[in-house]
Write a protein that binds this ligand. Structure first.
Ligand code: AMP
Length: 279
């Protein structure tokens, strides 16, 4: 396995066999490893699976969250080696960004709601780093998790609008046995918060069941809110949105999702669930 920490040292990709990229911020868990297996499936035995590990400073709106983001690089490299990864790109922020950089990618529609509304500039930072990673590593395909469905939609929009020659592949969310979506941030929860955290999934399931019964996104939100409304948990957003536009919906005539971000103290968790279309 090749480990590269500077953009200018990356080996050029060949078109055949292809390189498939899994972009991550590290602190790898089974969700990331599932994406890596998918990458191998697409790349084939002869192809190259590349993983980027980079805690991207320009997508954090809060310095504290950036500083506290877990960075177990040695364990991550061991996981990548065991998973058969061919190339790890783990640059420093100084190697990735010029001090006087003045160009970034700005998405102006899908990023107006949900995480984009509560974390200003977040998706500009995501788009900018993803485009840089695509340009540096030149993958034929890249795998993204459905857990971050707004990120996935925005990356797809960027690739479409800017004609980026990379196929974007979606992978379903992996969950802990109790339903909590796997996340690098879960390790920052206290034992009590971790025990309570499956509440988020339960709330979204209750919202979906309510939507199925009464066909109303507002009722779905209310049902979920009732479960999330407990001491120690702050709701950042809880919204039913159109899956194509990510705009809030007033009915369920088109595919929609109920999405939430909640905070246990400083630790922010996100999840979502598809809502049934009303006939
Ligand atoms: P992150 O390291 O959190 O930036 O995530 C890197 C990639 O892994 C993103 O495409 C995420 O959507 C994906 N990912 C994170 N958690 C999960 C999960 N529980 N299941 C599937 N994919 C995930």
């Amino acid at each position: 396995m090749l480990v590269i920490d500077h953009p200018r040292e990356l080996p050029l990709a060949t078109d055949s066999p292809p390189r498939v990229l899994v972009p991550t911020m590290g602190a790898l868990h089974d969700g990331h490893l599932a994406l890596i297996r998918k990458a191998r499936e697409i790349a084939g035995r002869e192809g190259q699976v590349a993983v980027s590990i980079f805690v991207n400073p320009i997508q954090f709106d809060c310095d504290d969250d950036f500083e506290r983001y877990p960075r177990p690089l040695d364990a991550d490299l061991a996981s990548c080696r065991a998973a058969g990864v061919d190339l790890v790109f783990a640059p420093s922020a100084a190697a990735m960004y010029f001090l006087d950089r003045s160009v970034r990618v700005l998405e102006s529609s899908l990023s107006q709601t949900l995480c984009g509304a509560s974390r200003p500039g977040h998706f500009d930072g995501v788009c900018t780093v993803v485009l840089k990673l695509f340009n540096l590593l030149q993958p034929r395909a890249a795998i993204f998790g459905a857990k971050d469905f707004q990120q996935l939609a925005i990356v797809r929009r960027m690739v479409r609008d800017l004609d980026v020659p990379v196929e974007i592949v979606e992978h379903p969310t992996l969950r802990e046995p109790d339903g909590l979506a796997m996340s690098s941030r879960n390790v920052r929860l206290t034992a009590a918060q971790r025990a309570d955290a499956p509440r988020l999934r339960r709330a979204l399931l209750a919202g979906r069941d309510t939507a199925a019964a009464v066909g109303s996104p507002a009722a779905a939100r209310d049902a979920a809110r009732e479960i999330l409304d407990v001491p120690g948990l702050a709701i950042d957003y809880l919204e039913a949105v159109d899956l194509a536009t990510l705009a809030p919906v007033a009915d369920l005539a088109r595919p929609a999702a109920l999405a939430a971000a909640v905070c246990y103290g400083e630790v922010r968790l996100i999840d979502h669930i598809d809502l049934p279309v009303s006939s």
